[in-house]
Design a protein around this ligand. Structure first.
Ligand code: FEO
Ligand code: CA
Ligand code: CA
Ligand code: CA
Length: 592
């Protein structure tokens, strides 16, 4: 495809060619190497038991790195660049490949408790010899922490304490246990990490006829994860826990610098299948958060904080900033525009208020109803149905916002919304990325202009568009998480290429500016049936980090499909016993 080295910035590399979707290998450019930082089951604390998937053990798992790492950041904590905090969330579990089948209810109950403990977050200290060297994790680091599906969280914002959040176990509606389905996220300028509670509906048995039930995908069938068998709060068909599903679907905020802090669920930012949240602070200190609801035909949102960001590291500034996401106005996006023959579409749009100055802005909805049944409120104001907004992230250098629509194979099909300029493809299998410019580049503007930056797909496919670039590009499909480097490139991680273009998922780089705008190349590919998450680009340090999620997820305990990351040879005896199946892991890529 594309052979020349791309040399802009300190992370020049010769692009890889795309990797067939059957290959169980982690592929990096020539002259680079990949190294494991941490993987599922690794011990975080001095007293963490050794990893042993043949003996599911919830207490052990709560002291070990969790499963299916998704959002990732590596936050340096000293000026020499030799200490850092790795923060990541653990979105969900793949029971069939993690633990052996069980024969008794008692055994299965311990598996289910262990799966609960494999969800949530991990905070892990990293260290290295010098800037530019490779990181190792610190077992027993003072900041090390696991948050699971049972860790106490505090609700804040206008819906905290509302009747809609009360349950038998929490009669005041102020404290929830745990977080799960955490997908992407963002690190705030005040040093905390945000993460979106996404597919929470799969954890509940519920009455679909209850308010919001159907709109949030809740059903009365056995849940995907089966936790109702061991914890009554996951059966919302019983009156005691009818509101338990209302307590998930928020943006959560954790403070990785304080392992004793209580993480928060921000009701002011609405309840949906939150993919994540990313913050932009404007020149005058105005704070906004951009958020996507990752469901076919759901919406793009913006939260504008009431109070301004306070600079500095004083305790007073920190305390102030930790409350920024507790109060503000919530908006949803409406797009209009024109369809061009080559999909070089552009147009304008507006942010429609759902809440304004602490009040509901939607006729027929109380403030609490807007924040707990946000999708219904957005339906009422006729927001634009999108092709599954995943990561939605501002480029902090330019202020432009990138909205990643991963795919939507129902677009334009019978009974479903038709194509529009911002979602231009019928049966959209490959996804696209929209570039938004706020009016006068003000973060809290209520109007914006937009253009299509990428319309993804295999390169010979009709309708692909690469920011105006006419030369060859790498095939790309199902963009998901994004990140920016220091020299104006967007990095795109994919989720779903094996089913759309029969290639392993990967990480791609594309310039946003200048003559090379749209010239997309591939940097790495993850192993069979894995998704590329993270990513974190420390190009000035010559490092790229990715979280490899669900490697070999279509396998079974007895017939595994992936051996990432240890690749213990068949017949060899691995150090940890006879098991050699896949382990989701965080990987660093550096020059060889
Ligand atoms: Fe968990 Fe929207 O991907
Ligand atoms: Ca995602
Ligand atoms: Ca991102
Ligand atoms: Ca995805």
């Amino acid at each position: 495809q594309e052979a020349e080295a791309t040399t802009r910035g300190s992370l020049g590399f010769t692009p890889i060619t795309s990797v067939e979707s059957t290959k169980d290998a982690f592929t990096v450019p020539k002259g680079f190497r990949w190294d494991l930082i941490i993987r599922w089951g690794d011990p975080l604390f001095e007293n963490s038991p050794a990893f042993d998937p043949t003996k599911p053990d919830a207490q052990a798992q709560a002291l070990q790195f969790g499963y299916n790492n998704d959002y990732l950041d590596i936050i340096e904590t000293n000026s020499r660049g030799t200490r850092a905090l790795l923060v990541c969330n653990h979105e969900y579990t793949n029971r069939a490949i993690m633990f052996p089948p069980t024969t008794t209810e008692t055994e299965e109950a311990e598996v289910l408790r262990t799966l609960k403990a494999a969800h949530g977050f991990a905070v892990v200290e990293l260290e290295r010899a010098r800037r530019g060297a490779r990181w190792s994790y610190v077992r027993g680091g003072h900041h090390n922490r696991r948050i699971t599906a049972d860790t106490p969280f505090r609700f804040d914002g206008p819906a905290a304490g509302s009747d809609l959040l009360k349950t038998k176990a929490d009669p005041h509606g102020v404290r929830a246990l745990g977080t799960f389905g955490n997908c992407s996220g963002g690190t705030t300028p005040w040093g905390t990490v945000l993460s979106g509670e996404e597919n929470f509906n799969g954890y509940f048995v519920a009455d679909p006829a209850a308010r919001g039930g159907k709109r949030y995908g809740l059903t009365s069938a056995a849940s995907t994860y089966g936790w109702e068998k061991i914890d009554p709060r996951f059966d919302a068909t019983k009156a005691d826990y009818a509101n338990e599903p209302h307590r998930f679907g928020y943006v959560v905020e954790i403070d990785p610098t304080d392992p004793t802090s209580t993480p928060v669920k921000h009701t002011a930012m609405g309840r949906m299948k939150h993919e994540g949240a990313n913050i932009r602070v404007d020149d005058d200190g105005t704070v906004v958060a951009y958020m996507g609801d990752d469901e076919k035909f759901d919406y793009l949102y913006k939260f504008v904080a009431k109070n301004k960001f306070r600079k500095g590291s004083s305790r007073a500034a920190r305390k102030h900033n930790l409350q920024l996401l507790s109060e503000g106005d919530l908006y949803v996006a409406k797009f209009s525009g024109t369809q061009e023959a080559d999909n070089a579409n552009l147009g304008s749009g507006e942010w429609i208020p759902l809440t304004k100055n602490g009040r509901s802005a939607v006729t027929g909805f109380t403030l609490e109803e807007v924040l707990v049944f946000t999708r219904e409120a957005a339906d009422a104001v006729k927001a634009t149905p999108m092709d599954r907004c995943e990561d939605v992230q501002p480029d902090l250098k330019t202020g432009k916002l990138y909205v990643v629509c991963t795919n939507n194979d129902a677009r334009g099909t019978t009974g479903k919304p038709a194509t529009d300029a911002a979602n231009p493809r019928p049966v959209n299998k490959n996804g696209h990325i929209i570039e938004i410019t706020e009016r006068r580049n003000q973060a809290d503007a209520t109007r914006f202009t937009w253009d299509l930056f990428l319309v993804c797909g295999d390169t010979d496919q009709a309708g692909t568009y690469f920011g105006g670039w006419e030369g060859p590009v790498a095939p790309i499909s199902c963009p998901d998480n994004i990140a920016f480097d220091s020299v104006g490139n967007l990095w795109i991680a994919t989720d779903g290429q094996p089913s759309s273009i029969k290639k392993n998922d990967g990480l791609f780089k594309v310039p946003l500016h200048g003559k090379e705008r749209g010239h997309l190349v591939q940097f790495l590919a993850v192993p069979v049936q894995a998704e590329t998450c993270g990513p974190v680009i420390h190009d000035r340090d010559g490092s790229v980090f990715v979280a490899v999620q669900h490697p070999g997820e279509e396998g079974t305990w007895a017939a595994q499909n992936s051996y990432f990351p240890d690749y213990v040879a068949a017949g060899a005896t691995p150090a940890r016993g006879a098991w050699r199946g896949p382990r989701p892991a965080v990987v660093q890529v550096t020059r060889a």
